[in-house]
Design a protein around this ligand. Sequence first.
Ligand SMILES: [Ca+2]
Ligand SMILES: [Ca+2]
Length: 245
Amino acid sequence: MVTKLIGISAGLMLSVAGVSAADDAMATKFTVRIENTTKPDAFKASNGGKWSLAFSPGMAAVHTEKAPIFSAGKKDRSQGLEAQSEDGDPSMLAKSLQSVKGIKSIVVFTTPIGAAGPGPITPGAAYEFTFSAIAGDRLSLTTMMGQSNDWFYAPVESGIDLFENGRGISGDITSQMVLWDAGTEVDQEPGIGSDQGPRQKAPNTGAAENGVVRNAKDVKYGSAFTNVSSVMRVSITSAKAPAAN
Ligand SMILES: [Ca+2]
Ligand SMILES: [Ca+2]
């Protein structure tokens, strides 16, 4: 499910109150690329059928607080993480985070590079988005594991520190990504579950789990998918804005 709100090609930057223009002069510009490194039909279900893995549209937030989106071991906050995790729709989460303390900017990424419109990244495809940040800022991002009931990839709840010794980070940050279970929908076998994103009759369909957000390695079916670097590559580059003169 992708709403009109996020029907923009390059990634929609939502402005957040409290971010001053003065920050711009000192800001470092970052570009993040999320690539689906799997092959078509790479996975085999218990019924013998093969399936492909895709990752949904998602969102990224630059923040200063330690856990703006979720807390491991706690219930989902009903801010939209459920729709992101179950239906691949980041729009509600992006909207509600605008009023969360410590959020400085939000980017929604919906359209794969080279695609005509919003959609998941299928094997070989990638999303890319840019944002600006200053020392002390952290990055969180979310994307659904598209063949699950309510699993999402994100860094740990405190996000990724965007600076080291005052300089913007660059490089492969896949190792900082974790597969999480949102605890909102009962898990079925990935790739064939009737209530999972590609097969459910409508968004938000499936048995309620009433659980907590937790590392997917601790849930049924999860451990086969928690080696994130075997399915995606997330890289970041940074460039200091040139001095104005
Ligand atoms: Ca679940
Ligand atoms: Ca579902």
